[in-house]
Design a protein around this ligand. Structure first.
Ligand SMILES: CC(C)(COP(=O)(O)OP(=O)(O)OC[C@H]1O[C@@H](n2cnc3c(N)ncnc32)[C@H](O)[C@@H]1OP(=O)(O)O)[C@@H](O)C(=O)NCCC(=O)NCCS
Length: 165
């Protein structure tokens, strides 16, 4: 088990983030990003300016383990609904990094005064993520049938998941 430290992402972190993020995006199994998304596009999507926020998870020695971004999911009358996205280096998967990031994001949203958190597009076949979000208090609100085309499994459902904060 790593000791997982969470801190604000800096522009300098990008060269350590991009290698595993590009691996996850290219695999095309978990995100509705184009699989050939460029590095510049990915950086713009991932490194958020306030009031959004991006964090990194590192080991004691500073080595990069994963990252999460958090933001308002909606505006106006639905501005109290937050959202978040997560990427853990596949080489470090299953060792508690995603859980630590998830707990951090929930605490952030709560402290910022959001009332709900919504994940818009959780791929049904991403059982690790679905299991993790359930264990952090999220439930599946509904599933868009065949909402995601998985490179191996073909058309699979796309969950909307949410929890109160
Ligand atoms: C999904 C993801 C964030 C999980 O991060 P992680 O660091 O691997 O997860 P953790 O080690 O914290 O595991 C958390 C939970 O996942 C579940 N899990 C872990 N390994 C699993 C496996 N092989 N099969 C099913 N569930 C598993 C368990 O519920 C585990 O709970 P536990 O802590 O009680 O064991 C990470 O795998 C990832 O970045 N995947 C690619 C991108 C992605 O899918 N992002 C989320 C999109 S919704």
């Amino acid at each position: 088990m790593y000791r997982v430290l969470i801190r604000e992402a800096a522009n300098d972190d990008w060269p350590q983030i991009w290698p595993f993020m590009s691996e996850i995006i290219k695999a095309g199994e978990t995100y509705s990003y184009d699989r050939d998304m460029s590095e510049d596009e990915a950086r713009a999507v991932w490194l958020l300016d306030p009031p959004g926020r991006t964090v990194v998870a590192t080991d004691d020695d500073g080595s990069m383990l994963g990252t999460a971004k958090m933001n308002s999911n909606h505006g106006g009358g639905a501005g109290h609904v937050a959202s978040a996205s997560f990427m853990v280096d596949p080489a470090c998967a299953g060792r508690g990094v995603g859980r630590t990031l998830g707990e951090h994001v929930i605490a952030w949203a709560h402290a910022e005064g959001y009332r709900l958190m919504q994940f818009n597009a959780v791929v049904e076949s991403n059982t690790r993520a679905v299991q993790l979000w359930r264990s952090l208090g999220f439930e599946v609100l509904g599933t868009l049938p065949e909402g995601f085309h998985h490179p191996e499994h073909g058309y699979v459902g796309l969950h909307v998941m949410y929890r109160h904060l």
